[in-house]
Write a protein that binds this ligand. Structure first.
Ligand code: UDH
Ligand code: MN
Length: 382
């Protein structure tokens, strides 16, 4: 009797186990087909990318994230001027059926993988705006760009003081757009054009650039660059740092060295917070020289320290030029830079006045034309 009972119990257990196995098998089958269909989907896209002659050994596909590529985009080509890693451009549109909500982008890498390092910079061939435009199809109106595959830490306005330097501007745009794109910077280019023929005022134009760029977008980082300075190394990253940044530390015209310890000229960058802390730049330096030293003084007087790249990386070429008309050396500059401590509180972004005449968005940059006045009449001696 008890044997019979034992047999039945065993039989029930066996049936139970068998049922469980069947159920397990069923679940496995469902999961398998589900995953397989997804994998198939990913691989078909990935292969599309390869067929589109992309370099799949670098860039997005080599990271931990799979990106979907849209071959219909105009920049989905392997143009020779693009560096490795640039060509993998994910679509900004989610793909039709499979990605209902776009995944949040990962932060941009601190060392962007597409950088090429030392660059060959030369100004012998003629440059045209048509060529610059053709080479940079993914720059949007007004000279705006943001990386499609990652989230940059900074939103950078690049401000260029300008008058009658059209030729230099073409070279600047030709070299800088691809560099900034490789650096994975979210940026806009603002040319601040001083109207009229009165004495040039670089620092005041930079203050105007800060103000006008902020009307366009919520920038939190400002890079101020001369129009004739081209970085020779794309590892010199155009974003902001813990301290105000001096980028152009080794120019060809100074024998690739810092001309003096407190030099802050050429290309520099401040976060919005750092810029406001020093009340922006002085408006009262008319003509060439001194304004960069005044800015340096403002930085140190406000308890900050200038940060700089490695001297091998912060190299620049300046397009050769003669002194411009109406930008003679300012004879008052030596006196003025002794007085920054007294002047900086009242002269700066807080006291800026100008007349905005025109804002025009071109494909490769935004042009802001302004009247900024002229130097006050010099007191008559005697
Ligand atoms: N700038 C203009 N137009 C001008 C003056 C200045 O666009 O008429 C801007 C431009 O962005 C330029 C920057 O202001 O890069 C600085 O001016 P700069 O290039 O004249 O200054 P730099 O120190 O030259 O390079 C000084 C004169 C060198 C004369 C050398 C003669 N061999
Ligand atoms: Mn110059």
């Amino acid at each position: 009797m008890s044997r019979l009972m034992l047999g039945r119990t065993l039989e029930r257990i066996c049936k139970g186990v068998l049922l469980l196995c069947l159920l397990h098998f069923l679940i496995m089958m469902i999961l398998y087909f589900d995953v397989y269909s997804q994998r198939f989907d990913i691989f078909s896209r990935f292969n599309n990318g390869r067929n589109g002659s992309r370099n799949n050994s670098s860039g997005a596909a080599s990271g931990h994230h799979f990106y979907y590529y849209n071959l219909s985009r105009p920049n989905a080509t392997s143009a020779p001027y693009l560096a490795a890693g640039e060509q993998l451009v994910p679509s900004s549109q989610p793909d039709n059926n499979h990605t209902p909500s776009p995944k949040p982008l990962p932060p941009c890498p601190e060392n962007p993988p597409g950088l090429v390092g030392r660059l060959l910079i030369e100004f012998s061939s003629q440059m045209t705006m048509e060529r610059v435009q053709k080479e940079n199809p993914n720059v949007t109106e007004g000279g705006r760009y943001k990386p499609p595959d990652c989230r940059p830490r900074w939103k950078v306005a690049i401000i260029i003081p300008f008058r009658h330097r059209e030729n230099h501007l073409k070279y600047w745009l030709h070299y800088l757009h691809p560099i900034l794109r490789r650096q994975k910077i979210d940026y806009g280019i603002y040319i601040i054009n001083q109207l009229g023929e009165d004495t040039f005022n670089r620092a005041k134009l930079l203050n105007v650039g800060y103000t006008e760029a902020l009307k366009d977008a919520e920038y939190d980082c400002f890079i101020f660059s001369d129009v004739d300075l081209i970085p020779m190394d794309d590892r010199n990253l155009y974003h902001c740092y813990d301290q105000p940044r001096h980028f152009a530390i080794a120019m060809d015209k100074f024998g690739f060295r810092l001309p003096y310890a407190g030099y802050f000229g050429g290309v520099s960058g401040l976060s919005k917070k750092q810029f406001l802390k020093i009340n922006g730049f002085p408006n009262e330096y008319w003509g060439w020289g001194g304004e960069d030293d005044d800015i340096y003084n403002r930085i140190t007087l406000n308890g900050m320290k200038v940060s700089r790249p490695d001297v091998r990386i912060g190299r620049y070429r300046m397009i050769k030029h003669e002194r411009d008309k109406h930008n003679e050396p300012n004879p008052q500059r030596f006196n003025k830079i002794q007085n920054t401590k007294n002047t900086m509180k009242k002269d700066g972004i807080s006291s800026l006045t100008y007349k905005l005449v025109q804002v025009k968005k071109y494909p490769m940059y935004t042009n802001i034309s302004v009247e900024i006045g002229k130097p006050p009449p010099r007191p008559i001696k005697g």
